[in-house]
Write a new protein. Structure first.
Ligand SMILES: *[C@@H]1O[C@H](CO)[C@@H](O)[C@H](O)[C@H]1NC(C)=O
Ligand SMILES: *[C@@H]1O[C@H](CO)[C@@H](O)[C@H](O)[C@H]1NC(C)=O
Ligand SMILES: *[C@@H]1O[C@H](CO)[C@@H](O)[C@H](O)[C@H]1NC(C)=O
Ligand SMILES: *[C@@H]1O[C@H](CO)[C@@H](O)[C@H](O)[C@H]1NC(C)=O
Ligand SMILES: *[C@@H]1O[C@H](CO)[C@@H](O)[C@H](O)[C@H]1NC(C)=O
Ligand SMILES: *[C@@H]1O[C@H](CO)[C@@H](O)[C@H](O)[C@H]1NC(C)=O
Ligand SMILES: *[C@@H]1O[C@H](CO)[C@@H](O)[C@H](O)[C@H]1NC(C)=O
Ligand SMILES: *[C@@H]1O[C@H](CO)[C@@H](O)[C@H](O)[C@H]1NC(C)=O
Ligand SMILES: *[C@@H]1O[C@H](CO)[C@@H](O)[C@H](O)[C@H]1NC(C)=O
Length: 596
């Protein structure tokens, strides 16, 4: 087991020509954007202070399509969300299945404007709509437009401008057509490439370099066979010549921890050095445990004039091009990897990295309401977070639920909140969750239930802990049995700290304590990460957060969440190799309960 503090990585600036990457390289860590960031697309914009911007898919998560900005490709600030208002695309609310929603954006910049070309996909209604978002200010949620809509021939729309200003869109398959980004009008689609294998041609991107049109695509399907291939042509409509050394990038058939490398994009930095971003699973070759789902990896590329590009294979710690460290990025969003230290102070707003499954009912979340300073007030929904789905393609019945989350962005982490909750009706519940989707989640709730230690038909109600995991049961994904435990009477009527800890790469553990005595905790349940890996959530990744529900009962008691904390402890960067998340020498396996 390697235990290399991250700070050390920064010091490992290596002047090297040995691997062809020279002269100035540095050790870098993957995933570059840890936690769920599927289908990444990046663009370098010299006109905006030499900043690189990346976007990723969000499916049902809102706000949707995060835009990150970085000058050193290590420190990524959350700049905005292209989809931040329900009114931008009202049909989003028709989403049913757990994999409906926003699929695979392409982020590009042209003549002062940023564009996100993406599809909304509804698997149950069999509806696919193309959406072109634009803005001149990628640091402002509000400045993103209500997207121009069009009817695409397939998913994964690209966006490319030729030198004459004409815009083109390639889509999965690979089809090409002209596109007017201001109206959404399309030219006729032409099949330009059938791929090197013909299997699952997805995520196409076009680039023009040295007189060639280069087409980059994913092949093999997004899973253990995922790969990146290329073809090129001197004419945009083809014929495209397949590169003889395809695939240009893959980890398939290897024992690498980083698997499912594909759905890539290419860009260069201020020094003219090339990079590729790609999605990856941190799963190892078994492909069983990857609760963070699809994350964004970066790898350096050498692309000489008239030649095909050469990609370095994706590793957890690898050499990349040197760029001077910079946190000097506009905006007030957190940097990826920042811990959450959120106290819901009066006049604060919901942090920008917090997220909801579908659009939230805004009335269910209030910061520091009268009489409850430094809390987040939750109004319970009648639906539970698991209720409403019939099967995983049928999705859900449209009832909203109260649930607010952030991405799991570290292999090992600790998350906790303090909960003030005085329920009166049976089945009122507030809890913490590891949530992949409505089918797969692991929950520790505080719930009002009849006491079992008394007799008679009218047992009094009392506050209990309830541990309840939901999943798609199989031998490999064993869902632990639910249980209930009464809350110790001395803890009642004071805030209770609920905690989730990934203390190993394979399991989550749940704890509770009186928040005044956090060291005196109860261990309340453990569940394997396999149940929040894949299944009905093959394209997404896990989140952690809090929910409030009356479990379809009569209660309406509000709860008050305070002291929201998330801290990364360690990142797994190779099979069983862990690196401390924050560069400290702390032993990340030591008992941190109540300390952070
Ligand atoms: C962008 O990078 C180039 C190459 O390093 C440099 O010449 C230029 O001054 C930079 N621009 C800004 C605004 O920093
Ligand atoms: C941005 O989108 C709006 C529609 O929301 C469109 O009218 C406008 O022309 C687009 N701007 C650019 C520069 O493409
Ligand atoms: C792709 O395959 C189809 C079906 O085999 C064929 O008709 C078409 O000509 C091929 N297109 C290209 C660009 O190779
Ligand atoms: C990967 O490809 C091989 C060979 O085509 C096939 O047998 C296997 O089922 C594929 N695996 C996955 C996970 O798609
Ligand atoms: C930060 O970036 C701005 C441009 O966005 C630049 O004007 C300023 O000098 C930079 N500050 C530092 C400390 O580099
Ligand atoms: C919140 O903002 C309002 C309006 O700016 C101000 O009057 C009030 O004092 C602020 N409250 C706190 C607790 O900062
Ligand atoms: C799941 O839902 C889909 C869509 O409504 C339906 O076609 C399918 O038959 C359902 N499957 C099961 C096992 O109920
Ligand atoms: C009470 O006992 C029943 C039967 O054993 C069990 O199903 C239920 O979960 C228990 N409830 C509580 C609150 O302990
Ligand atoms: C409840 O009452 C029944 C019948 O009076 C008795 O058999 C049982 O032991 C009692 N249980 C408890 C937990 O007191």
């Amino acid at each position: 087991m390697i235990r290399l503090p991250q700070a050390l990585l920064g010091l490992l600036l290596i002047v090297s020509t040995a691997c062809g990457l020279g002269p100035q390289t540095q050790m870098r860590q993957n995933p570059a954007l840890p936690g769920w960031h599927s289908d990444p697309s990046c663009v370098f914009v010299p006109e905006r202070d030499n900043t690189t911007f990346c976007a990723s898919s969000t499916f049902l998560l809102t706000p949707g399509i995060p835009i990150y900005a970085s000058k050193d490709l290590s420190n990524w600030r959350l700049a905005s969300h292209a989809l931040s208002r329900e009114s931008q695309y009202p049909d989003f609310k028709l989403s049913l299945a757990q994999t409906d929603g926003i699929w695979a954006p392409t982020l590009r910049y042209n003549r002062g404007t940023f564009y996100v070309n993406v599809v909304y996909k509804n698997n149950v209604l069999d509806k696919v709509t193309g959406l072109i978002f634009n803005t001149t200010d990628p640091f402002s949620d509000d400045s993103w437009n209500a997207p121009v809509q069009y009817k695409p021939v397939s998913i994964d729309p690209d966006l490319f401008w030729d030198d004459d200003g004409q815009a083109y869109m390639a889509t999965a398959g690979t089809n090409l057509q002209t596109l007017d980004v201001t109206s959404g009008s399309l030219g006729e689609a032409t099949r330009i490439w059938n791929g090197s294998t013909g299997n699952f041609l997805e995520g196409p991107h076009l680039y023009k370099k040295d007189g060639f049109y280069y087409l980059l695509t994913a092949e093999g399907g997004s899973g253990l066979n995922h790969s990146v291939t290329m073809a090129r042509s001197e004419n945009i409509w083809g014929p495209y010549q397949s590169y003889e050394n395809n695939p240009v990038l893959t980890n398939r058939g290897s024992s690498e921890y980083f698997q499912n490398i594909g759905h890539a994009d290419l860009f260069h930095d201020a020094n003219g050095n090339w990079w590729s971003c790609a999605l990856t699973w941190r799963s190892g070759p078994d492909g069983q445990i990857y609760p963070m789902g699809r994350e964004m990896a970066l790898t350096p590329v050498i692309w000489k004039e008239n030649e095909w590009p050469s990609f370095a294979p994706v590793r957890g710690v690898q050499k990349g091009w040197y760029l001077p460290p910079s946190h000097n990025i506009t905006g007030d969003g957190p940097f990826a990897g920042d811990p959450d230290v959120v106290d819901f102070e009066s006049n604060s707003t919901i942090p920008r990295n917090f997220a909801f499954w579908r659009w939230p009912n805004k009335n269910s979340y209030a910061i520091s309401p009268p009489g409850h300073p430094a809390t987040l007030q939750l109004t319970p929904s009648s639906a539970t977070i698991t209720a409403g789905y019939k099967n995983y393609s049928a999705g859900y019945d449209g009832r909203e639920f109260t649930l607010i989350m952030r991405r799991q962005s570290d292999t090992l982490f600790q998350y906790s909140v303090d909960v003030s909750f005085e329920p009166t009706a049976q089945n009122e519940e507030v809890g913490v969750t590891v949530f992949l989707n409505q089918v797969q989640n692991i929950n520790l709730g505080l719930v009002m239930l009849p006491r079992n230690d008394t007799n008679g038909t009218h047992s009094p109600l009392a506050l209990h802990f309830r541990f309840l995991a939901s999943g798609i049961q199989s031998n490999a994904k064993k869902v632990p049995a639910p249980f209930v435990v009464p809350v110790p009477t001395s803890w009642l009527h004071h805030p209770i700290r609920l905690m989730i800890r990934a203390e190993s790469e394979t399991h989550y553990s749940f704890f509770a304590a009186a928040s005044s005595r956090p060291w005196d905790y109860l261990r309340l349940g453990k569940a394997p990460a396999t149940i929040v890996s894949g299944g009905a959530g093959p394209f997404t990744g896990s989140l952690v957060g809090v929910y409030a529900t009356n479990n379809n009962g009569k209660g309406s008691t509000k709860s008050y969440i305070s002291r929201w904390r998330y801290s990364g402890l360690a990142q797994e960067v190779g099979n069983r190799d862990l690196i401390s998340s924050h560069g400290s020498e702390l032993d990340f396996r030591r008992n941190l309960i109540g300390v952070h």
